[in-house]
Design a protein around this ligand. Structure first.
Ligand code: PLP
Length: 426
């Protein structure tokens, strides 16, 4: 196998031969005229089927204790569901607010409320500042960046390390620039790297001095219970850490049941300090008289009868883990010793991050598309879609069935090799 040795240390003749070999493999793959898609970080139909019981809940009994779930009210959400979800996010149930199906909507609203009204620690609304900036660990989640772009918030990329964002960079920036008001954080099994923030990282985020008194961590714990292995990693409690270091209001915590029950009909949540929760409820009370309590009650009953969230997540893992293993195995087989790619081996979450040679990510995505494999656009993992080094590709194996995942991963591997030999021959 001509590509089983480090391509970056080959002579020209050997590289040309490797290139020809890979080109033939690429052609053969393209001729299969497959239609594969690795762009969608969403649950597969089999995963959604795990919760089909929701479709017949709550049954005829729509009362949650004394609360008639069909009616207005209970702005903060049903106490029973808050009690079930609160421990996952490390706060008490009185400091949880249930929203509608998308936590993204709650993040969007938290930004809007801060812009138009200011936070509990702001002297004035953020929109009255000359400039607002957020730190954006990269690679990161494109929809976080879209919220910033939408409201004219400057995005400052910060490199991700194996332990989370590069804290030396974060501390320096946050301490020196009072216009930095926020930072996006996906602390567990991050999108797309699968990174878990270390204890030290979380302590430093909670403790670091901020030039802006109203600096906020947008703590998007979207993958809190989404383990891919039997090792159920727990992270340091951000709410406690912030309180302990004298910054009780620093963290806005977000989460949802999108990838626990139904991605389109789950329950989103906001959590935080007593003051942050009162602040959020006040803004929210202008927007709604109460959320979808029928859905909240359906969730309570589903969790009560199915062994709770953890048991459900085990069943998700059984479906998801083989797909991730297949991608990793295929990459290892085809790219393992090639020296032209590396990738993350996540222990949870929904993504694998593939890193190719500088300047090759766009080309890989294009080659893959032409051969029938749809990938997330290169650059999507960076603010404004700009990955300056053009090296990161997000792989989402959750949605297709296992045979398609296998074929798609093979196709991607061949595209990576082809783009690399093209580049090395330039
Ligand atoms: N946050 C992260 C990091 C995500 O990856 C996703 C979905 O891919 C979301 C939030 C969306 O969550 P929700 O469905 O609760 O809006």
């Amino acid at each position: 196998n001509l590509t089983s040795l480090d391509l970056t240390s080959r002579g020209i003749a050997e590289l040309r031969a490797a290139h020809e070999d890979v080109r033939r493999r690429y052609q053969a793959f393209a001729e299969r005229k497959l239609k594969l898609n690795l762009t969608r970080g969403k649950p597969s139909s089999k995963q959604l089927d795990l919760c089909n019981e929701l479709l017949s809940l709550p049954g005829g009994d729509y009362m949650a204790g004394a609360v008639d779930t069909r009616n207005y009210g209970e702005l903060q959400g049903l106490p029973e569901l808050r009690a079930q979800l609160a421990p996952i996010f490390g706060v008490s149930p009185d400091r949880v607010i249930l929203g509608d199906n998308a936590s993204l909507a709650l993040m969007h609203d938290a930004v809007v409320y801060s812009m138009l009204k200011g936070t509990v620690d702001s002297d004035k609304p953020w929109s009255r500042e000359s400039r607002i900036a957020f730190l954006c660990p990269v690679p990161g989640y494109d929809r976080h960046f879209s919220i910033c772009a939408q409201f004219g918030i400057e995005m400052i990329p910060v490199p991700m390390l194996d332990t989370g964002p590069d804290m030396a960079v974060v501390e320096q920036l946050v301490a020196s620039d009072p216009q930095i008001k926020g930072m996006w954080c996906v602390p567990k099994y991050s999108n797309p790297c699968g990174t878990v923030y270390s204890h030290e990282t979380i302590e430093r985020l909670a403790k670091m001095p901020a030039a802006a008194r109203d600096f906020r961590l947008f703590w998007d714990n979207a993958y809190a219970v989404h383990h891919l292995t039997h090792e159920h990693i727990e992270i340091t409690n951000i709410d406690e850490a912030c309180a302990r270091h004298g910054h009780p209001n620093r963290a806005f915590i977000f989460g949802s049941t999108s990838k626990v029950t139904f991605a389109g009909a789950g329950v989103g949540l906001f959590a935080g300090s007593k003051d942050n929760v009162a602040w959020y409820l006040k803004q929210m009370s202008m927007r709604t008289i109460g959320g979808d309590k029928v859905n909240q009650l359906r969730h309570v009953r589903l969790f009560n009868t199915n062994g709770g969230v953890a048991a459900l997540m085990d069943r998700h893992r059984e479906i998801l883990a083989p797909k991730f293993e297949q991608v990793l195995k295929t990459f290892e087989q085809h790219l393992g010793d090639s020296g032209v790619a590396r990738w993350t081996r996540p222990k949870g979450g929904y993504f694998i991050s593939l890193e190719v040679l500088d300047g090759c990510a766009k080309r890989v995505v294009q080659l893959a598309k032409e051969a029938g494999v749809e990938l997330t656009p290169a650059g999507a993992t960076h603010p404004l879609g700009k990955d300056a080094q053009d090296r990161f590709i997000r792989i989402a194996p959750s949605f297709p069935e296992l045979p398609e995942v296998t074929q798609a991963a093979e196709g991607v591997a061949v595209c990576v090799l082809l783009a690399a030999t093209e580049k090395l021959l330039q």
